[in-house]
Design a protein around this ligand. Structure first.
Ligand code: PMV
Length: 356
């Protein structure tokens, strides 16, 4: 029985403190949530339509059947991608503006084997910039899956919602690690390993001297998709395994250092050193564009450190750059000089939650 109540859900964005790309290969990653949220509300309808209205992407109406069909077509297209490794096929799957949202809803209906007599209206209102490495797609699919689950009368079981959202994430990103949706779902600071799936919520409060001095600099949307960047790194690993494996080993050690000593003790110099070394590993595997390298070197010159967050980019922008300096004003000056916008946000906020 589907509920006749209005359901409201919100999920945060996320960023990688360290470990992006290497996490796809099986190494651990350290992620945290950011205080920008994707709000979804679901209101029951008396007809059989499912409407989706997004503040950023416009609105569209589907029949229940259409939503289920779109989900299975997307799955078939993704199977083809898996067989061929052709990243171009992925772009087709979520080409239409609201395709990703409709697939996420379809995945939730499919998961619960729902037989609906009536539809519902969905509205999506997200504060998370798209394509910046801040987990906007993960937060959208997690919020949608949770809203549909509650509408269908199910409990909000985080592991289930996470699994549903991961299916939608695969349709968009191809071969994602699942770190994004897991962080967004569970919240806080997460140590994530892909296989065997480990979502460890760390009891790691980030001390004030670190947490109040992060700056997120927006370099703009990368030209390359996450799927393309992951495929590029996979190719590099086949061509030059020792280079990629050395960076992976280093990144894994840096993460452990952050967890064991640097973050708990609020060690500013240690934090700068670890972030710098982490960024170097990302540059070594070719995921940081020349313009972002120049920005990051300028920040390092002031005594701070910075790294790309997420898939990165080769030709131009790389999404959000996470910068840290014990005196964050110095980083802000660099960003201003380069004409880039920046902001600060609370890290480690609560994950998925029901608002109403
Ligand atoms: O750029 P984003 O937020 O999509 O993050 C991608 C992170 C990768 O490690 C490159 C891929 C993944 O699925 O974890």
């Amino acid at each position: 029985m589907s509920s006749q109540e209005l359901v409201q859900i919100s999920s945060p964005g996320k960023l990688f403190l360290l470990g992006e790309h290497f996490v796809v290969m099986g190494a651990p990653a350290l992620l945290t949530t950011v205080d920008l949220r994707c709000n979804v509300s679901l209101s029951p309808r008396s007809d059989q339509q499912i409407t989706i209205a997004s503040g950023n992407l416009g609105s569209q109406e589907f029949s229940i059947q259409e939503i289920l069909e779109r989900r299975s077509i997307a799955q078939a297209q993704w199977d083809q991608f898996r067989e061929s490794g052709n990243v171009g096929l992925l772009t087709e799957i979520t080409k239409e503006l609201l395709a990703y949202a409709s697939i996420s809803i379809g995945e939730a209906l499919h998961y619960y084997g729902a037989k609906l007599n009536r539809g519902f209206g969905i509205s999506i209102d997200s504060q998370i910039p798209v394509g910046a490495g801040l987990g906007s797609s993960a937060a959208t699919s997690v919020s949608l899956a949770a809203a549909v689950a509650l509408h269908l009368g199910h409990q909000l079981t985080l592991l289930e919602i996470n699994d549903i959202a991961y299916e939608a994430e695969k349709r968009r990103h191809g071969n994602p690690s699942g770190a994004d949706n897991s962080t967004v779902t569970f919240g806080g600071v997460i140590r994530f390993v892909r296989e065997p799936k480990t979502i460890e919520t760390l009891n790691l409060g980030i001390p004030e001297n670190l947490s109040s001095n992060f700056v997120l600099i927006d370099t703009g949307k990368p030209n390359e998709s996450t799927g393309e960047m992951v495929a590029k790194v996979a190719q590099l690993r086949r061509d030059n395994p020792s280079l990629v494996n050395a960076a992976l080993t280093s990144q894994t050690m840096l993460i452990q250092e952050l967890i064991d000593s640097v973050v708990p003790s609020g060690d500013e110099a240690g934090f700068v050193r670890v972030v710098k070394a982490g960024e170097q590993n990302l540059e070594n595997i070719g995921v940081v564009s020349p313009s972002s390298i120049a920005l990051i070197r300028a920040i390092e010159k002031t005594g701070g450190a910075a790294k790309i967050c997420g898939a990165g980019g080769v030709r131009g922008s790389t999404g959000i750059v996470l910068a840290y300096h014990p005196d964050r004003k110095l980083v802000e000056t660099v960003a201003k000089d380069k004409g880039l916008s920046f902001f600060s946000t609370t890290l480690g906020v609560e994950g998925l939650r029901r608002e109403k």
